[in-house]
Design a protein. Structure first.
Ligand code: PXP
Length: 241
């Protein structure tokens, strides 16, 4: 069965909206693991808009499965990762204005920077994965760089799925999973996967792990809402004068 890594960034986004302590992404990670998550994914962005340095230090200590740190190749972020030593580092492109990681890394264009960051992380014993588009050239260059784990960006597939069947985008992912597997690479996938579009991808042979965040956190809000309201009523009732 394909594994599931749960991205907890959105829990931190909600916390940062108030600048306090709740909800705590570290507690969210614990609950995800209790529910069977195979890994915990968190993105320490350069602008620290959601996950904070404190979070990744605590996650490193508390995550019992695997801690997968998403990060850019910025030298300051690489230095933090070398210090914290997650089990895995997934290198992603990062633009300040974007709402989320909109595209894959361009490994062809940024070969030197990505290779330097990857080599430093691998040397520390951290597994490196590159978040790339399902594209032959990107896979070839990743392989040439010495990196053997990739995460295929499923954003185009997910966007297309919302409007139609996404046959072309799905075929591209399927073919690139096969292509990378033939090279002996470990293939993960993620971005924009939800309760409707995950099934076909999860059936693909050759994918090791899917990384999903937004859909799970959105669902969690609703599945937990009734209980949260009832618990507040319990407090109010117990305070009856
Ligand atoms: N994988 C990577 C590399 C990502 O950057 C993200 C988004 O942070 C995800 C997976 C999860 O995407 P989503 O929140 O759309 O499920």
């Amino acid at each position: 069965m394909v594994k599931l890594g749960v991205n907890i960034d959105h829990v931190a986004t909600m916390r940062q909206a108030r600048g306090g302590f709740d909800p705590d992404p570290v507690e969210a990670a614990r609950l995800c693991e209790e529910a069977g998550a195979d890994s915990i994914v968190a993105h320490l962005r350069e602008d620290r808009r959601h996950i904070q340095d404190r979070d990744i230090v605590l996650l490193r200590k508390s995550v019992k499965t695997r801690f997968n740190l998403e990060m850019s190749v910025d030298p300051d972020i690489v230095a933090v990762a070398l210090n914290v030593k997650p089990d895995q580092a997934t290198l992603v492109p990062e633009r300040r204005q974007e709402l989320t990681t909109e595209g894959g890394l361009d490994v062809v264009r940024h070969f030197k920077r990505i290779k330097t960051a990857s080599a430093a992380l691998i040397k520390k014993g951290i597994e490196v994965s590159l978040f790339i588009a399902p594209d032959k050239k990107q896979i070839d260059v990743t392989y040439a760089m010495g990196v053997r784990t990739i995460e295929l960006h499923t954003g185009s597939y997910a966007r297309a799925f919302a409007g139609r069947l996404a046959i072309k985008e799905f075929a591209q992912i399927r073919d690139m999973v096969l292509y990378a597997r033939q090279k002996g690479m470990i293939v993960n996938a993620g971005h924009g996967l939800n309760y409707d579009n995950t099934y076909p991808v999860a059936r693909l042979k050759g994918i090791t792990e899917l990384n999903i965040g937004h859909a799970i956190m959105s669902r969690a809000l609703f599945t937990g809402l009734k209980q949260a309201v009832r618990q507040m009523f319990a407090v109010i009732r117990s305070a009856k004068p």
